[in-house]
Write a protein that binds this ligand. Structure first.
Ligand SMILES: NC(=O)c1ccc[n+]([C@@H]2O[C@H](COP(=O)([O-])OP(=O)(O)OC[C@H]3O[C@@H](n4cnc5c(N)ncnc54)[C@H](O)[C@@H]3O)[C@@H](O)[C@H]2O)c1
Length: 369
């Protein structure tokens, strides 16, 4: 294969093509696989902003059938999976058809799920167009749909054939979604890289958001997050142990995300919920894993500056605990958390009881005052 001006990294034998020329590899891969059918999954926003860019770079996809779902988290449903399976079936898709997921984490989670289930598994490619997708969701082969308001309850480990990461897509991503993606970048930094965390502290979220995404600052963080996830998932694809560290902030974050969807008004974005979840996890880290108070305070103020504050109604704690108990990290009836003993040093499987979790939520609520 002729070398293009990209970086390629490999994860569990899945190549990740990085850089603005990365889409140029698609034609060669498609040709080498001789598929019987080609499908591109989009939502209305990625159809408008990203599909023209993709088709301009990948001539083999020009006659692919485009399948679309409505945008947003509610799209990650069994109903949508069934709708897509029916569309694939009607179009005559077979075992050697290929699905290209062009979109954010909702598209790669749902599209990967559909690919994993269709005729016991077809090959698929992720082309992440949101920051959450590029630094996290599109990599590592975790696919899922939600069950009502309970996140990611039904899913498969089914790795994509390749991932194409082009930051050019991020130019049309609305700012609130760029901010949301920053939460996953910050998570990656807090569990892996003290030096990068120090650099982030000099660059608050509000300052990052006015920097060009193609500049060195953003690219360094995006590349570090992808490389780190690559390393973790290569060592523990099925999340038996090490991969659990990627869930830092997600146990309470997922519960908040589901809870906010079940209420009136605008639901929290994934990253906003994870940011609040990381503050609670940092509090638990101080309580149970010796995270110094100064670090707890720095993490909390960095995240509140970046993501604002979402008041958690104290009366909803029981409902939140119930949502958390559906989490995959429950052991012997107790919730196990990923915590940090200091920035860059994760600790897994720390059991926390309801009183401690409740205190963490109270700490989070105290930050609005
Ligand atoms: N599987 C995993 O390992 C993993 C990891 C992290 C997050 N996730 C999942 O990812 C989901 C969140 O992902 P997300 O934040 O990307 O949400 P999303 O897919 O809903 O995308 C966010 C919004 O941005 C729009 N958009 C995407 N790319 C665009 C572009 N280039 N230009 C204009 N608009 C664009 C979308 O249409 C959508 O409205 C959650 O469901 C979360 O659970 C999965």
């Amino acid at each position: 294969m002729k070398k293009l001006s990209n970086r390629i990294i490999t994860i569990n034998r899945t190549p990740i093509f990085l850089g603005n020329d990365s889409l140029a590899y698609i034609d060669r891969l498609v040709t080498s696989l001789s598929p019987t059918g080609l499908f591109i999954l989009v939502d209305p926003n990625t159809r408008e902003h990203c599909l023209p860019i993709l088709l301009n770079k990948a001539a083999t996809l020009v006659h692919a059938q485009v399948v679309e779902i409505k945008e947003g988290e509610f799209g990650k449903s069994l109903g949508n999976a069934e709708k897509l399976w029916n569309e694939l079936l009607s179009a005559g898709a077979g075992r050697s058809s290929l699905l290209f997921n062009l979109g954010g984490g909702v598209i790669s989670d749902l599209g990967g799920f559909v690919a994993a289930g269709y005729k016991r598994g077809i090959n698929y490619f992720n082309i992440p167009t949101s920051l959450v997708g590029q630094v996290d969701a599109a990599i590592g082969g975790k696919t899922a749909v939600n069950l009502g308001h309970i996140k990611n309850q039904i899913g498969f480990f089914h790795a994509p054939q390749a991932v194409f990461v082009s930051s050019g897509f991020l130019k049309t991503l609305p700012e609130e979604h760029l901010r949301s993606g920053m939460a996953e970048m910050i998570k990656s930094t807090l569990i892996s890289n003290p030096a990068l965390w120090r650099r982030l502290q000099k660059n608050p979220v509000s300052r990052m958001l006015v920097q060009p995404v193609e500049g060195a600052l953003w690219q360094d963080f995006i590349h570090a997050a992808i490389t780190f996830k690559n390393k973790v998932v290569t060592r523990d694809f099925r999340e038996s142990n090490l991969r659990k560290i990627l869930n830092f902030g997600h146990t309470i974050g997922h519960a908040l995300e589901g809870y906010s969807q079940s209420r009136h008004g605008k639901p929290l974005l994934h990253g906003e919920a994870v940011a609040a979840g990381m503050i609670c996890a940092a509090y638990l880290s101080h309580l149970k894993a010796s995270l110094p108070l100064a670090d707890l305070n720095t993490i909390a103020s960095y995240l509140v500056e970046g993501f604002g504050h979402f008041e958690i109604d104290p009366d909803s704690k029981i409902h939140l605990m119930e949502l958390m108990m559906h989490d995959k990290k429950v052991k012997n009836g107790q919730l196990c958390f990923v915590l940090i003993s200091k920035p860059g040093f994760p600790v897994i499987n720390v059991a926390c009881d309801q009183t401690e979790i409740s205190e963490a939520i109270d700490f989070y609520n105290s930050l609005s005052r």
